[in-house]
Design a protein. Structure first.
Length: 235
């Protein structure tokens, strides 16, 4: 099991007189966006957003927009105050891990759900504007997620469509994954649309049951090819 991204949050204890949250030392690679780090931040939000008061959800969305635009955020938010000092707070860690090519979340359930969500949103705010905007979009997608927190969520947060599930290779570098999926040279990141379409059709014939391929798993293989084409030429 390999850790690809980690978010450390410091939370005030349940019976502490003040409600506080702080950020720790995290590893959140987000290039190309959303990267493993962006997927983890979205996963944390999706995991805990169902556990907060529904009336708070508009406040979470508003906070993402405020931070995305670099505005000064009044404290506290969601009843918790952000601080730099971690003394007297408990460390909580969430991870995105890989077992071979399979990705999975590892969540630490200690602390209030509001603290976990705030930690993820404030961590996203620390990125440069060019990274912050797409990561906040991922977080808002996570807020609206209503399904299980598993492979389908990882695929959705990564921007994959249809029946395609996010794998370590696909999330880590979608373009290289798409090139490999279509059998195109991985040394280039900009094949011609003509080459992409030609290889797509050739691979489609190889995996389609109408041309003698196995029926089992065919839908998934076809979905991957279609997604690879979309990544490379936008359709």
């Amino acid at each position: 099991m390999v850790a690809l991204a980690e978010l450390e949050i410091f939370c005030s204890r349940p019976h502490a007189p003040t409600r506080r949250v702080a950020l720790g030392q995290s590893n959140l690679p987000c290039e190309p966006t959303p990267g493993f780090g962006g997927v983890l931040l979205g996963g944390v939000v999706a995991r805990f957003v169902a556990d907060i008061d529904e009336e708070m959800i508009p406040d979470v969305k508003a906070l993402t927009h405020e931070l995305e635009n670099g505005r000064r955020v009044p404290q506290p938010r969601l009843r918790f105050r952000l601080q730099v000092d971690t003394i007297g707070l408990d460390a909580v860690s969430h991870r995105l891990v890989a077992n071979g090519d399979l990705l999975a979340f590892e969540f630490d359930d200690r602390g209030a759900p509001e603290q976990q969500i705030l930690g993820a949103v404030y961590a996203a705010a620390a990125f440069t504007p060019s990274l912050r905007r797409p990561i906040m979009t991922v977080i808002r997608r996570a807020i609206a997620w209503g399904g299980p927190v598993g492979p389908e969520l990882i695929a959705s947060l990564s921007g994959f469509r249809g029946a395609v599930l996010g794998s370590r290779r696909a999330v880590g570098d979608p373009v290289q994954w798409a090139l490999s999926c279509l059998g195109l040279p991985t040394a280039t990141s900009s094949p011609s649309p003509k080459d992409v379409q030609r290889n797509y059709r050739e691979r489609l014939r190889e995996v389609h049951p109408d041309h003698g391929a196995e029926v089992e798993g065919a839908a998934h293989r076809i979905a991957e090819l279609s997604e690879a084409r979309r990544i490379l030429i936008g359709r």
